[in-house]
Design a protein around this ligand. Structure first.
Ligand code: NBG
Length: 817
C-alpha cells in the first residue's frame, strides 16, 4: 500500500468536504461523503483529461466519434477507483477517517441513460477505447430522467421517474461556452449567393444545445476520453418579442418547451413509436455533435474537404442516422461545399452498426412528420435518394421492384423515411454485432444493400468490459484468477486461457467452488432483502436477467419452472438438485404482454415458494429494478445463464458474455453471440437446445400449429392447464389468459416448439450439476475461454476493419505537489 497516496486521498477528501461542499465532518451526510470522495477522484480524472485533450490537440489525432442516443454507464466512483488503481488506498483512507468505502459507494445514483444492451455496449466501448488509448469522443443526450426505476406492487411493475441528478452529479463538467443552436421546422428558401444557388433553411424554432463532459478513464493508463452529452436549453431564455408585449408566461413557456427535448429517455427497447419528440431528440444531439466536430476541426484551419481524415464517426443503430443528412446540410448549405464533394466526405466519415433484426425495431419516420420537423433534411434525403436510385437503375435496368425495396422512402401509406436505408447509403461500412446476426442482415434485412455493396459489410461481434464485469463485480474470482495467471488479464483477457490446465487441478477447483459459494451467499442476502425470498446458497443458481420481451422468452423459462414444480410434487424422490430460479428485468411501460410476464413470474413464485412439498428444492425470485448497479452481485453468483431467445431474434446479447466470464454455464439457443460463445467454450461446456433459424423457416412454411404440440405432450399440457386454470392466479383464471391464448393460437416466438428440447436440456443441466467436479471443470473452462468477448477485442476490430485509427498513448505529467 502506498502510504503517501493514502494521505493524499485523505487530504483531498477533506479539502473537497470543506472547500467545495462547505461541511464539517460531523454534519456530513452520506451524500456529502460520496460527493467529497468523488470530487477527490475527479481531480485525478481531470488531470488525465487535460493531458489527453492537450495531446490530441497537439497531434491532431484521428478521432473516433461514437454517436449514440444511449450510454448506460453505471456508477462511476468504484469503476474510476479501479481504473486509477487506488482502491486499496482509498479504502484505507476512508477507514482512517471512520468511514466505510462500500457504504459510500452505495450512495451513487447511476446514470441510467439507456434501455439495455445497446446503451450498455456503448458504455463498454467507451471504456475500451480509453483503455486502448484510442482518441475518441462519445456524443449523446444528457437526459434529465433516465430509464425509470422499477417498483413491484403485488407482482406488477410500477414505473417511477429516475431523478438521477437530484443530489448533484460530480462527474460532469458543464461547458456553457460549448453550445450550438439547433433549428426545427420552418421552411427553406433558394437564394443566389456568390454566383451559385444556395438553399437556406429558416427554422421556426431554435433550441440551444449545451455540452456536459464526463471523463472516461482508461484502465491504469493516462487516457481520459470525453463523453460529451447535450442538454437542451432555450436559445434565449426569454422570447423578447412576447415579453415586450407583456406575455410573460408565453415567453417562459418557450423555455420550458425547449428543455423538454432532453427531459426523458424513451423507455422502449426494440420498439419504435413514431413520436415527434423522439425525432427531435435524435436531430438535436446529432446536430450538436456534428457542429462540435466541425468546430474542433476548424481550430487547425484545415479545409473541410479533409474532415473524413480527422473523424471516424460511428452510428450506434439508426438513432443517429440523421447525421447523414445533417452532415450534408452543414457542408453544402452552411460551408458552401459542392454536393458531390460533400457526399464523398460524408460517406467516408460515417459507418453504421445495426443492432436488431426485429421489424418493429427498424426506425421509420412518416414523411409528413419528418418534413414538418426537418424540412431541409427531407429535401436532402430526397436528393440523396434520387441520385442513389439512379445508380440502382443503372446497375439493374428494368428492376423497379428492387428500386422500391432499396428506396430511402417506403411508399406504403403513410409514406415514411427508412432510417436503416439512410444509414446504409451514407456509410462506408455496415456491421452486425455477432456472426449470425451479420449473416442474417446480409441475407435478409439488408439483402439488397449487400448485393449492391458486398464490400461494405463486416461483422464485429460484441464484447463486454472485463474491468467492470469481472474485476469490479467479482473481486473474489478476480483475486483467484490473478493468483493463477498474473494481473495482466484486465487489459489482455486472452490471458485467462492460462486457467485451462487448472480445470484438472482438484485443489484449484475447490477454491473455485469456494468463490462461487461465497458469491451465492452474497446474492442470497440481496434477494432476501430486495425480493423477500429466502434461498439456499447450496442450490443451483439459475438466472435470467435482461429486458423483458417475448422474443427473449422469459415465459419459456417459467414454463420450465412450472414443469419442474409439478414433477417434484409427483416424484418427491427424483434425483434433482435443488434450484433457485432468479429473474430480473424491466418491461417497456406500454408493453402489456411483457408486464403480464412479470406478474406471472411473481405469481408462480408465490405458489411455488410456499409449497411445503417442494420449497426445499425449488425457489423462484424476481429481483426488482435490474440495472447496472443491481447486476453487480448477480453475474458472479450465477451458475446457469439463461439465453433462450427464439433463434434469429437476439442480435448478439451481451449478458450472455458477462455470465460466462464469471463462470456460469449457458443454457441457450443458437442465437446471437451464443453461437460464438459455444464455439469458444466448447460444445461440451454449453447446454444447447432449440430450433435453428433454418429449422424455424422450414417449420413455418410447413405450417406450425402450436395447439398440436399442446395436445401431443402431456407435460406441456399440464403446465399450460395450470396457467389457464388459475393455479397461480389466486383462482382468477382469466388473468394469464392472454399468455395462454398467444401460445396456443399463434405462438409467434415458438415456445411450444422448443419446450421439449428445453426440458431435456434442463435435465442435462441437472445431471451435470449433480457431479460437482465435472460442473466446476466446465465452469473454469468457460471463464478461461472468454477472452475474445472482451470489448477490447471488439474495439480493436472496429479500429482495424472500420475506423483505421491507432492508439495515441498519453504521457501523464507528475502530480502537482
Ligand atoms: C440490442 C440487441 C442485443 C445486442 C445489443 C447490443 C437493440 C436495438 N439491440 O442483442 O437486441 O446485444 O443491441 O448490440 O437494442
Amino acid at each position: 500500500m502506498d502510504r503517501a497516496l493514502v494521505d493524499l486521498v485523505k487530504r483531498e477528501f477533506k479539502d473537497a468536504l470543506f472547500s467545495t461542499l462547505g461541511r464539517f465532518p460531523e454534519a456530513a451526510t452520506r451524500n456529502d461523503l460520496y460527493l467529497a470522495l468523488a470530487l477527490a477522484a475527479r481531480r485525478e480524472l481531470l488531470r488525465r483529461s487535460v493531458a489527453t485533450s492537450e495531446t490530441y490537440y497537439r497531434k491532431a489525432s484521428r478521432t473516433v466519434c461514437y454517436l449514440s442516443a444511449e450510454f448506460l454507464l453505471g456508477p462511476h466512483l468504484a469503476n474510476n477507483l479501479l481504473n486509477l488503481g487506488v482502491e486499496a488506498e482509498t479504502r484505507q483512507a476512508m477507514s482512517e477517517l471512520g468511514h466505510d468505502l462500500d457504504r459510500i459507494l452505495t450512495q451513487e445514483e447511476e446514470p441510467g441513460l439507456g434501455n439495455g444492451g445497446l446503451g450498455r455496449l456503448a458504455a463498454c466501448y467507451m471504456d475500451s477505447l480509453a483503455t486502448l488509448a484510442i482518441p475518441a469522443i462519445g456524443y449523446g443526450i444528457r437526459y434529465e430522467f433516465g430509464i425509470f426505476d422499477q417498483l413491484i406492487h403485488d407482482g406488477w411493475q410500477v414505473e417511477k421517474t429516475d431523478k438521477w441528478l437530484a443530489l448533484g452529479n460530480p462527474w460532469e463538467i458543464a461547458r456553457p461556452e460549448i453550445a450550438f443552436d439547433v433549428g426545427f421546422s420552418g421552411h427553406t428558401e433558394a437564394k443566389a449567393a456568390d454566383g451559385r444557388y444556395r438553399v437556406v433553411w429558416i427554422p421556426e424554432r431554435r433550441v440551444r444545445g449545451v455540452a456536459y463532459d464526463t471523463p472516461i478513464l482508461g484502465y491504469r493508463n493516462g487516457t481520459a476520453n470525453l463523453l460529451r452529452l447535450w442538454k437542451a436549453e432555450a436559445a434565449e431564455s426569454f422570447d423578447f418579442a412576447a415579453f415586450n408585449q407583456g406575455d410573460y408566461w408565453g415567453a417562459v413557456d418557450q423555455k420550458v418547451d425547449s428543455e423538454n427535448i432532453t427531459k426523458v429517455l424513451y423507455p422502449n427497447d426494440e420498439l419504435v413509436r413514431g413520436k415527434r419528440l423522439r425525432l427531435e431528440q435524435q436531430y438535436f444531439f446529432v446536430c450538436c455533435a456534428l457542429q462540435d466536430m466541425i468546430r474542433i476541426y476548424l481550430q487547425k484551419g484545415a479545409p473541410l474537404s479533409g474532415f473524413h481524415e480527422k473523424y471516424a464517426i460511428q452510428l450506434n443503430d439508426t438513432h443517429p442516422a440523421l447525421a447523414v443528412a445533417e452532415l450534408m446540410r452543414l457542408l453544402v448549405d452552411v460551408h458552401a461545399m459542392g454536393w458531390e464533394e460533400a457526399w464523398d466526405v460524408t460517406r467516408r466519415s460515417l459507418a453504421y452498426t445495426n443492432h436488431t433484426l426485429l421489424p418493429e425495431a427498424l426506425e421509420k419516420w412518416p414523411v409528413e412528420m419528418f418534413g414538418s420537423v426537418l424540412p431541409r433534411h427531407l429535401e436532402i434525403v430526397y436528393e440523396i435518394n434520387r441520385r442513389f436510385l439512379d445508380e440502382v437503375r443503372d446497375r439493374y435496368p428494368g428492376d423497379e421492384g428492387r428500386v422500391l425495396r432499396l428506396s430511402l422512402i417506403d411508399e406504403a401509406a403513410p409514406r415514411s423515411v427508412r432510417m436503416a436505408h439512410l444509414a446504409s447509403v451514407g456509410s462506408h461500412h455496415i456491421n452486425g454485432v455477432a456472426a449470425l446476426h451479420t449473416r442474417l442482415l446480409k441475407a435478409d434485412v439488408l439483402r439488397d444493400f449487400h448485393e449492391l455493396w458486398p464490400e461494405k459489410f463486416v461483422n464485429v461481434t460484441n464484447g463486454v468490459t472485463p474491468r467492470r464485469f469481472l474485476a469490479l463485480a467479482n473481486p473474489r474470482l478476480a483475486a483467484l484468477v490473478t493468483g493463477a495467471v498474473g494481473d495482466g488479464w484486465p487489459r489482455d483477457l486472452e490471458l485467462l486461457r492460462g486457467l485451462e490446465p487448472l480445470a484438472e487441478d482438484a485443489a484449484f477447483r475447490a477454491e473455485w467452488r469456494k468463490v462461487k459459494r461465497a458469491n451465492k451467499a452474497d446474492l442470497a442476502a440481496v434477494i432476501e432483502a430486495r425480493a423477500g425470498v429466502a434461498c439456499d446458497p447450496d442450490s443451483l443458481f439459475d438466472v435470467q436477467v435482461k429486458r423483458i420481451h417475448e422474443y427473449k422468452r422469459q415465459h419459456l423459462n417459467v414454463l420450465h419452472v412450472v414443469a419442474l414444480w409439478q414433477r417434484l410434487r409427483r416424484e418427491p424422490q427424483a434425483a434433482v438438485p435443488p434450484r433457485t430460479v432468479v429473474f430480473g428485468g424491466k418491461a417497456a411501460p406500454g408493453y402489456r404482454m411483457a408486464k403480464l410476464v412479470i406478474k406471472l413470474i411473481h405469481s408462480v413464485a408465490e405458489v411455488v415458494n410456499a409449497d411445503p412439498a417442494t420449497r426445499e428444492r425449488l425457489r423462484v425470485a424476481f429481483v426488482p429494478d435490474y440495472n447496472v448497479s443491481n447486476c453487480m452481485p448477480i453475474f458472479p453468483a450465477a451458475e446457469l445463464s439463461e439465453q433462450i431467445s427464439t433463434a434469429g431474434k437476439e442480435a448478439s446479447g451481451t449478458g450472455n458474455m458477462k455470465f460466462a466470464m464469471n463462470g456460469a454455464l449457458t443454457i441457450g439457443t443458437l442465437d446471437g453471440a451464443n453461437v460464438e460463445i459455444r464455439e469458444a467454450v466448447g460444445a461440451d461446456n454449453f447446454f444447447l437446445f432449440g430450433l435453428t433459424v433454418e429449422e424455424i423457416h422450414a417449420l413455418r412454411s410447413a405450417g406450425y400449429r402450436p395447439r398440436d404440440r399442446y395436445e401431443g405432450d402431456p407435460v406441456l399440457r399440464e403446465v399450460i392447464d395450470a396457467l389457464a386454470g388459475g393455479t397461480f392466479a389466486r383462482g382468477d383464471a382469466a388473468l394469464f389468459q392472454p399468455i395462454v391464448d398467444s401460445l396456443l393460437d399463434q405462438d409467434p416466438w415458438l415456445l411450444l416448439a422448443d419446450f421439449r428440447p428445453y426440458l431435456e436440456s434442463q435435465a442435462a443441466v441437472e445431471r451435470a450439476y449433480l457431479d460437482k467436479e465435472r460442473w466446476t471443470r466446465m465452469s473454469i473452462l468457460n471463464t478461461a475461454r472468454m477472452g475474445r468477448f472482451s470489448s477490447d477485442r471488439g474495439v480493436a476490430d472496429y479500429c482495424r476493419d472500420i475506423w483505421r485509427v491507432s492508439p495515441v498513448p498519453i504521457e501523464l505529467p507528475p502530480r502537482p505537489a
